[in-house]
Design a protein around this ligand. Sequence first.
Ligand code: E4P
Length: 217
Amino acid sequence: MKFFVDTAEIDDIKELNALGIVDGVTTNPSLIAKSGRDIIEVTKEICSIVDGPVSAEVVATEADAMIAEGRELAKIADNIAVKVPLTWDGLKACNVLTNEGNMVNVTLCFTANQALLAAKVGATFISPFIGRLDDLNLDGMELIADIRDIYDNYGYETQILAASIRSANHMSDCAKIGADVATAPPGVIKKMADHVLTDKGLEAFLKDAAKANIKIV
Ligand code: E4P
């Protein structure tokens, strides 16, 4: 499973990228606003750090305006994936922008039918939002599984980009189901390394090492 990092914070992207675990980046208008930076400037900097797809989202709601914004965003770098919302206009924009050779990430997906339409119009990525469904006592992971089944039934090449990930367990659950990509905030990716028994075990090993005066360098 590919890991995308869901942030517009440059230091976090650099730290995780240096570890070799960043296959791409996703941003959205809220994350860009949080960075306090100009969308074009910050997106350009992210694209210069990460080789994989960097999603940059349009803010227009009508197809022609989304297409114009998408073309502008695509000029930033070759690894831009234009992000459009899963509305009827967004699907129209996706179709045009992918036919022009751009990567397109269709976002704000909450049903299998929406994901089916995104695949039909040629989306590069579909972003089902797990956390926001879970927040409503619905089952975000069940949606990932349903989309996996549907895409596999017909050989759709649209990649499932699991989004709105809130916990480390979401990451392993997505990997078990077979999501192509999971995008998560830096903190969630780091949490994947944590276990209380690792901490306890290390504490005991270090105590014994100190007692025995073990030194390596
Ligand atoms: C990524 O593409 C999405 O914009 C993001 O994962 C949304 O996450 P949230 O529901 O935690 O805001």
